[in-house]
Design a protein. Structure first.
Length: 349
C-alpha cells in the first residue's frame, strides 16, 4: 500500500493541497475495504491507533490530569479491530494497556501494589475483549454482506445481458417475419425499444424501482426538448408498473409525433402527474394548431393503452380538441416509500 506524497510522485509535483485532498479519500477507501487480517499492514495500523490514542491521552492530560488511565485505548482497540481484524484489535488492546500503565499510571500503581487495583485491570481487559469480539463480528458480517452484494451485482449484469440478447433475438425474428409489413414492423420495433430502455433503468436500480421522471424523460428524449415540459412529484414505480408506464408514454409520444403536437412546427406537450387519494393521476396535454377530430375507430395503440391501464385498475380519458389531445390517466400504484414523495422534477432531459 502506498501512502500520501509518495503515491503522487509519479503523477506530478507534490503539494500540500494535493496531500490534503488525498487524505479523506484514502481513509474512506481504507475504512470501506479494511486490511487483511494478520497482515503486517493490519498490525502496523493497530500500532498507529495506539500511538494516536497515546497522543490524545497526553493532550487531555495537560488539561485534566485526572483522566482515566485506559480510556483513550478503548477507541484504539475498536478502530484496530474494525479495520484490521481481531488479531490487530488484540494487539492494540495489549499494547495500549502496556503503554497506559508505563506512561500514565499514577505513582501508587507500583508493581508491588498491583494486587490492590486488580479491578481496573479486570475492567480494562474485559471491556476490551468485548469490544474486540463485537467489532470482529461486525467486520465479518459486513464483509459477507459485501460479498453477497458483489455476487448480486454480477447476477444483475448477467440478467441484463440476457434480457438484451432476448430482445435482440425477438427483434431479429420480427424483422424476418414482418419484412413485408413495414408500418407494423416499425411500431413493434419502437415498442420493444421502449421496453429495453425501461429495463436499463430497472437494471441500474437493481430491479427495485424506476423513477417516473426518468421514464418520461427517456421516452421523450428523441424529440426536441424545447417542445416538451413535464413536472410532478417523485414517483418510484415497481418493475411491472415501470414497464407499463413506459409503453403508455411511448404510445402517446408516437401518436403526437405522427398526428399530434409534435407533427407541427409550433406544437408543444405538457405532462404533469400527482398523487391523489392513493392513485396516480397523469395528465398529457398537447397544444398546437392541429384541427384534429376524434378518430372514427380505435386503433391498436388506443387498445394497448386501455389494456395496460386496466391492468392497474385505472381509467383512460381522452379528449381530441382542435389544439390537440387532452388525456388523463388514473392508476392505482403502490404508495411511495417515506421520503420519496413531495420532490418535484420539472421539464428537462
Amino acid at each position: 500500500m502506498t501512502f500520501g506524497p509518495a503515491s503522487q510522485a509519479h503523477r506530478g509535483r507534490w503539494s500540500p493541497a494535493g496531500s490534503a485532498a488525498w487524505l479523506p479519500g484514502s481513509w474512506r477507501a481504507l475504512w470501506l475495504r479494511g486490511l487483511d487480517a494478520r497482515s503486517g499492514n493490519a498490525f502496523a495500523f493497530s500500532v498507529a491507533c495506539v500511538a494516536l490514542a497515546t497522543g490524545v491521552h497526553a493532550l487531555i492530560g495537560l488539561v485534566q490530569p485526572d483522566t482515566l488511565v485506559f480510556s483513550p485505548y478503548y477507541a484504539a482497540t475498536l478502530l484496530a479491530t474494525l479495520v484490521g481484524g481481531s488479531e490487530a484489535g488484540t494487539c492494540a488492546m495489549v499494547l495500549g494497556g502496556a503503554v497506559a500503565y508505563w506512561l500514565f499510571a499514577p505513582p501508587n500503581w507500583q508493581v508491588t501494589q498491583l494486587a490492590l487495583d486488580l479491578v481496573n485491570w479486570a475492567s480494562y481487559g474485559t471491556s476490551s475483549a468485548v469490544i474486540v469480539w463485537a467489532a470482529a463480528s461486525y467486520r465479518g458480517l459486513l464483509r459477507r454482506l459485501r460479498d453477497e452484494e458483489h455476487k448480486r451485482q454480477l447476477l444483475n449484469r448477467e440478467l441484463a445481458h440476457r434480457l438484451r440478447n432476448a430482445l435482440a433475438s425477438i427483434q431479429t425474428i420480427l424483422n424476418q417475419s414482418l419484412a413485408g409489413e413495414k408500418e407494423l414492423l416499425g411500431k413493434t420495433s419502437a415498442r420493444i425499444a421502449a421496453l429495453a430502455a425501461t429495463n436499463d433503468l430497472l437494471v441500474s436500480s437493481g430491479w427495485r424501482t424506476a423513477s417516473l421522471s426518468d421514464i418520461v424523460a427517456g421516452e421523450l428524449r428523441p424529440y426536441d426538448p424545447s417542445r416538451v415540459a413535464f413536472q410532478g412529484c417523485d414517483v418510484q414505480c415497481t418493475a411491472e408498473a415501470a414497464t407499463m408506464l413506459a409503453l403508455v408514454i411511448h404510445e402517446l409520444a408516437t401518436n403526437a409525433a405522427k398526428y399530434g403536437a409534435l407533427s407541427v412546427p409550433d406544437g408543444h406537450i405538457d405532462i404533469s402527474w400527482r398523487r391523489q387519494d392513493g392513485r396516480l393521476v397523469l395528465h398529457w396535454v398537447e397544444q398546437g394548431d392541429l384541427q384534429i377530430a376524434s378518430p372514427a375507430r380505435e386503433g391498436f395503440g388506443t387498445k394497448l393503452l386501455q389494456s395496460t391501464v386496466r391492468a392497474f385498475h385505472g381509467t383512460l380519458e381522452t379528449n381530441f380538441r382542435a389544439s390537440g389531445l387532452d388525456c388523463t390517466i388514473t392508476l392505482v400504484l403502490p404508495e411511495p416509500r417515506p421520503g420519496e414523495a413531495g420532490l418535484t422534477t420539472s421539464g428537462g432531459f
